[in-house]
Design a protein around this ligand. Structure first.
Ligand SMILES: COc1ccc([C@@H]2N[C@@H](C)[C@@H](O)[C@H]2O)cc1
Length: 448
């Protein structure tokens, strides 16, 4: 065990109401919106297939040229009420919006930089109406904040000289000022999603990130901060040098999902792009665009492993939402309307995973949700229960799709036989578990 002074600020599994709400939310909307939405993956007529919010880097655009984009930023169709109602329709219970991405442009009027919304034709604060609209829709608001700032003169990738160190001290003060400003201006914010913290300069600032997390949580008790914000004094990130998670949930799952129960030890969240790798708006998505069904299954997998799923949207420069994302709102929204109760407030069910899909369960509930994503060719869903548990009841959640029958095929092992099922989306069967063996689970007429 290493002596770690600047590791976790909060316990690894917080039990306060704010953190319980974070868990209950389960499904969130990520929004990447900034100046990068203007060029949208093209620079001087050339197409760049990389992530659109990184275009400045791919096209090697000097900052003074990139910054000129602020003079064009005027999102006339920006309607946060519309965004919030779409998020609500989709069934998202929280939202994470980029207040400042690596480009350094701030969507709010910051007193600590001129590179912000007040110096654009739009001028007005984009954040205030956003927070109000989403809160009014009952959706918790989180702020994405990139420490890495390509615009700020005092940003340093590494601290190689005394000058670097002095500059980065000024940068750390700027960072702390901006984060305090965001909490003070938008006090209903529930937490921060930090990014841009992989460089040597930040890895050498473990004590600072420790004190910054403490400071932010003093400003706003209950604030929730992702593990990506933190380094310890040895340069370990997300988890300190003794493997203790820093921040309030593990946020290393970016465009990838966990596959086993080792993640259960901590709260965690996976963030996901709709195309292979685009967060900010790109005019032409290349490659596979995930279908609503694929994204629903990813969300279910996260819930089944007690994690959150954060699905990304990249609004256009004018504030409108692209067709592909509007389709997701509709399709995922329909699914959540019928099956949301297998996601919200749910977590790992403690049952052995089966090939047909996922078990989820509201902690402490006797009802287990079977989310079926792959109907077996024999139309039989295998269930293996721990030795002291039996199935007392079973039925479809929502609109029944067929007649169900239960067959005991072994010790605490069952098949639920589906009739012929026609469906384009995953569906849910609820099973009631009981600890005493009863035969009514077998002979009771299944509700269909
Ligand atoms: C060096 O590789 C990356 C990959 C993605 C990112 C950012 N994290 C995602 C959540 C997006 O904000 C992406 O720009 C940064 C650096």
């Amino acid at each position: 065990k290493k002596e770690v002074q600047y590791g976790p600020v909060s316990p690894e599994k917080r039990t306060d109401p704010a953190m319980e709400k974070w868990r209950d939310n389960r499904f969130g909307q990520f929004i990447h919106w900034g100046l990068y939405a203007i060029p949208a993956g093209y620079w001087k007529g050339k197409y760049y297939k990389g992530a659109a919010e990184w275009l400045k880097s791919w096209a090697k655009v000097p900052m003074n040229e990139w910054a000129k984009l602020a003079e064009e930023f005027n999102p006339e169709q920006y309607d946060p009420e519309e965004w919030a109602s779409m998020a609500k329709q989709m069934g998202a219970r929280y939202v994470v919006l980029t207040t400042k991405h690596h480009e350094g442009f701030c969507l709010w009027p910051s007193q600590y930089t001129d590179f912000d919304i007040s110096n654009t034709p739009y001028q007005k604060d984009l954040l205030k109406p956003f927070v109000e609209a989403y809160n009014k829709a009952g959706i918790d608001v989180y702020f994405y904040y990139s420490v890495l700032d390509w615009y700020h003169p005092d940003w340093r990738y590494a601290l190689k000289s005394e000058e670097d160190k002095q500059a980065f001290e000024r940068f750390k003060t700027f960072t702390k000022n901006q984060l305090s400003e965001l909490i003070e201006r938008y006090p209903s914010v529930k937490g921060f999603w930090f990014d841009g913290t992989w460089d040597a300069s930040w890895k050498a600032s473990g004590q600072f990130s420790y004190e910054l997390e403490k400071h932010m949580k003093q400003l706003k008790p209950g604030l929730i901060i992702n593990s990506r914000m933190r380094a310890d004094e040895w340069g370990s990130r997300h988890f300190d040098s003794n493997g203790q998670m820093m921040g309030d949930y593990a946020s290393g799952w970016e465009r990838k999902l966990p596959t086993d129960t080792s993640v259960l030890h901590n709260d965690w969240e996976a963030c996901m792009t709709v195309p292979e790798n685009q967060w900010g708006y790109h005019k032409n998505w290349e490659g596979h665009v995930k279908t609503p069904t694929e994204l629903i299954e990813m969300m279910v997998r996260c819930t089944a492993l007690s994690g959150n799923f954060l699905l990304n949207f990249g609004p256009k420069e004018d504030g409108s939402i692209r067709e592909e994302e509007q389709l997701l709102v509709k399709e995922i929204g329909n699914w959540m309307e019928q099956y949301g109760n297998a996601i919200y407030n749910c977590a790992y069910a403690g049952l052995e995973k089966q090939d047909w899909g996922y078990f989820t369960r509201e902690p402490g509930s006797k009802t287990v949700n079977m989310v079926v994503c792959n109907i077996p060719v024999n139309k039989a869903l295998r269930i293996q229960l721990p030795k002291n548990l039996f199935i007392q009841h079973y039925e479809y959640m929502g609109k029944p799709l067929s007649k169900l029958t239960l067959e005991e095929i072994g010790k605490n092992e069952y098949f639920i036989h589906l009739g012929k099922v026609k469906t384009k989306q995953p569906f849910v069967i609820n099973i009631q578990l009981t600890s005493e063996k009863t035969d009514n689970g077998l002979y009771q007429k299944a509700k269909t």
